[in-house]
Ligand binder design. Structure first.
Ligand SMILES: C[S@@+](CC[C@H](N)C(=O)[O-])C[C@H]1O[C@@H](n2cnc3c(N)ncnc32)[C@H](O)[C@@H]1O
Length: 263
């Protein structure tokens, strides 16, 4: 069979795996993080390559747009890999995530850093941003890979939380995957073949809601033009964990944007 059609042989496995995904997104994330045994390079987490290559690729953009005097909040921090990278450049880094199993793992992986902590928060909840802002004041916000996994109906609620967190002086830096093919193209690109689904992919397909993509169109829909101005945006390459033994991180087309509140 020619290779463009081979991907369709994945369908029965994908349907079987995804039939077990909890309907409640927050419960799905909690179950997912609860099952994770290893993180970083060679680990179970699809988007945790265990490398700073991706972060370094947009570090200059991040430096010229975020305010180095303010704390940074890593929204949807997972196991905190990027919270720890950010902590070197800001007075304080707080990672927040809807899954308690993610934040407890992030804490356990961050004991060497004194200016990092984590909290379990649903960032689409109406009061989430105001509660944190009352405690922390204006903050920078970093978001990696969260909008494309949140229900599009909740994108505006998530952007509202970010608006509360930045106050007057803070800025948002977001990085999202923006793969435009269909699901079979996506998982084939990430190393799935009819005979083999790598474990990080199997855990994601079998445990999590189907991801979307997030580029400038989705950003415009989520971030009201009257409330935000775009400082810069463009394409980035997102690193995912290597799917071949001793392989290089997988690379996924992505999108970044730096945003400031309109005052
Ligand atoms: C694809 S992972 C990215 C994790 C992390 N930002 C990184 O790049 O390593 C998406 C994360 O968003 C979290 N998440 C999903 N919905 C959320 C919500 N409503 N509030 C806060 N975190 C959420 C998930 O638990 C998960 O850890």
């Amino acid at each position: 069979m020619s290779s463009p059609l081979k991907k369709y042989l994945l369908l029965p496995t994908i349907i079987r795996l995804s039939s077990g995904v909890p309907r409640d997104r927050h419960a799905a994330w909690e179950n997912y993080w609860h099952r994770i045994q290893n993180t970083g390079s060679g680990g179970d987490v699809l988007w945790d390559a265990g490398s700073d290559r991706e972060f370094n690729s947009y570090f200059e953009a991040l430096q010229r747009t975020l305010n180095p005097a303010l704390p940074v909040i890593d929204v949807g921090c997972g196991n905190g890999s990027f919270t720890r990278l950010l902590a070197a450049y800001f007075p304080r880094a707080l990672g927040v995530d809807v899954a308690a199993s993610a934040t407890s793992r992030a804490e356990a992986e961050s004991t060497a850093l004194s200016n990092v902590d984590f909290r379990t928060v649903d960032c689409t909840a109406a009061a989430a941003g105001d509660l944190l802002a009352a405690e922390l004041g204006d903050c920078n916000v970093f978001v990696r890979g969260v909008f494309h996994v949140v229900d599009p109906a909740s994108h505006a609620a998530l952007a509202n939380t970010l608006r509360s967190l930045v106050g007057q002086q803070g800025r948002v830096f977001l990085v999202e995957t923006n793969f435009r093919g269909n699901s079979l193209d996506y998982i084939s690109r990430l190393g799935a073949s009819p005979g083999r689904i790598p474990r990080p992919l199997e855990l994601a397909i079998g445990g999590l809601p189907k991801p979307g993509h997030f580029g400038s169109g989705e950003r415009q829909a989520a971030f009201d033009d009257g409330a935000w101005k775009v400082l810069e945006d463009g394409a980035v390459t997102i690193d995912a964990v290597a799917m071949q033994e001793k392989g290089q991180p997988e690379q996924i087309p992505g999108y970044y944007a730096a945003l400031a509140p309109r005052l």
